[in-house]
Design a protein around this ligand. Structure first.
Ligand SMILES: [Zn+2]
Length: 490
């Protein structure tokens, strides 16, 4: 039988604010010392009162505006009651029936072989709540430790409509959302660090059946790969259950990234009633009175899907290249700044742009990945990078020399022009300098010369290589081939 898949996502992102959601404790996701950033408010001591963090509100509103959501003029916080050791108050302050943002959509703007149509995923809601503490389970299995630094950190929750059909779409959604959150400076959104977490609701029904199938929830997905793989696994598992004529159990499942399987965590029978009720210690919100929306819209700057269209056109990029640059805003910044400088020079700008793009995407990103460097360790500046490109376009240095000095200044940050002068790396085009070297190579390699004369074309490469070595790479290889051929034919 053929089945139709229905997938909805629930994504949590820790917001990049100075302080926590309802108190003045620092919000430092990298803090190593446990229980350092805590106070009587976020520890839930009796008699303490929460105060709303306006910066957190602003960040969620920016997300809502980017997604074209309806921003509610009446919104409120609610208590979600449940007991768990990571929840010091015994309830979480969240938003239930009046979230800040309702509806909205996010286009899957990243490219993938099968995603050229840029599907739009409808968003149900985006709201604001507080994070829980972090439970740490030491390997001895005898105890559990609690770090309350995370308790009360502002958390954005985004829920999509169940309109996603497979693992790849879900991954592209999460990756696109991450780029948006980073670009808006709303969250660092690193899944591996738990700054962005994804839960998947997934059900299968025979094609043509009206009502949805039984919903299964998958938690603990802490990478994009896990999101995609867990969904693909679960689709296979549920299909097999249905094919056997059995029923899918409504439950929450976890993801084992090593075995690449989902496993049962808890069934519906144990699910709780959260007894939501309005938070009595916080006033309802009218964000239109709190914020100037014209100002807020200006803070959105260039949204990533629009940026993608622009950079493809401006720098003649493939879809894949544009995606690499969107995912890594630092590298895009280097490219844009470099090209800005190059445009002030009297150069073939199309050629310069192409060179800059290629050196950046292959050489600079290549070495960054290979040697696992951070951007702090990459010392190249747009100014130095533009100098290298300028020298290549003007035929002052060969591409081999360019690659060599590029590798060096990535790590040292030296001025490329100083390097070129100091080491005499400028392309030698002086024929009086090149001629004697070519003649010497011909004299010293009679066998290769004979081979070439007999028709072995590759022999010329060997001879040019010898000459290039003597010229320390500072010559135009095409020029050398020409001179070499002429000399041998004589
Ligand atoms: Zn606190």
């Amino acid at each position: 039988m053929l089945y139709e898949t229905t997938i909805g996502l629930e994504i949590h992102a820790e917001l990049l604010t100075k302080t926590k959601m309802f108190c003045s404790c620092l919000n430092e996701s990298e803090e190593k010392q446990p229980n350092k950033n805590i106070c009587s408010v976020c520890m839930g001591h009796p008699g303490t009162l929460p105060v709303i963090n306006i910066e957190a509100l602003r960040k969620v509103l920016k997300v809502g505006l980017s997604l074209n959501s309806n921003i509610s003029s009446y919104s409120k916080f609610d208590r979600k009651n449940y007991f768990y050791p990571d929840l010091p108050k015994g309830y979480q302050i969240s938003q239930y029936d009046n979230p800040l943002c309702k509806d909205g959509k996010l286009k899957l703007f990243l490219s993938d072989e099968e995603n050229e149509n840029q599907k739009e995923v409808k968003i149900t809601r985006v709201h604001l709540e507080e994070d829980t503490a972090r439970l740490i389970h030491p390997k001895d299995g005898k105890s559990t430790l609690i770090d309350f630094n995370r308790a009360g950190v502002p958390l954005m929750e985004l829920v999509t409509e169940p309109v996603i059909h497979n693992g790849k779409e879900a991954r592209l959604f999460c990756q696109g959302l991450q780029i948006l959150l980073k670009d808006l400076d709303v969250s660092e959104a690193e899944m591996e660090k738990g700054q962005m977490r994804c839960e998947v609701n997934i059900s299968l029904k025979p094609i043509g059946q009206r009502e949805l199938g039984t919903k299964v929830e998958i938690k603990n997905l802490n990478s994009f790969k896990a999101v995609e793989k867990a969904i693909e696994y679960e689709l296979k598992r549920q299909t097999e259950v249905l094919e056997k004529g059995e029923k899918v159990i409504q439950e929450t499942r976890g993801w084992d990234p090593i075995k690449e399987v989902t496993y049962p965590q808890r069934t519906k029978e144990e699910a709780q009633d959260y007894r939501y009720f309005p938070e009595p210690d916080l006033p309802p919100l009218n964000v239109y009175k709190l914020f100037n929306f014209e100002e807020l819209k200006k803070e959105l700057k260039e949204l990533p899907w629009l940026k993608k269209e622009r950079i493809i056109k401006e720098y003649d990029l493939s879809l894949k290249e544009a995606d690499i640059l969107l995912k890594d805003s630092k590298v895009l910044e280097i490219l844009e700044e470099t090209i800005k400088i190059l445009k002030t020079k009297n150069l073939d700008i199309k050629k310069a742009t192409n060179l800059a793009k290629n050196y950046l995407l292959t050489d600079i990103l290549g070495i960054k990945e290979k040697e696992k460097l951070t951007y702090q360790e990459i010392k190249i500046t747009p100014l130095n990078f533009s100098k290298i490109i300028e020298n290549i376009v003007q035929n002052k240095i060969s591409s081999r020399v360019a690659k060599d000095i590029l590798l060096e200044i990535i790590k040292t940050g030296q001025d490329p022009e100083k390097l070129i002068t100091e080491r005499s790396l400028e392309t030698i085009s002086d024929i009086d300098l090149i001629n004697p070297i070519i003649e010497e190579v011909i004299k010293n390699n009679p066998k290769a010369v004979e081979d070439y004369k007999k028709g072995k074309e590759t022999a010329i490469q060997f001879l040019v290589g010898q000459a290039m070595a003597k010229l320390k790479g500072a010559a135009d290889p095409k020029e050398l081939v020409k001179i070499m051929e002429n000399k041998i034919k004589k």
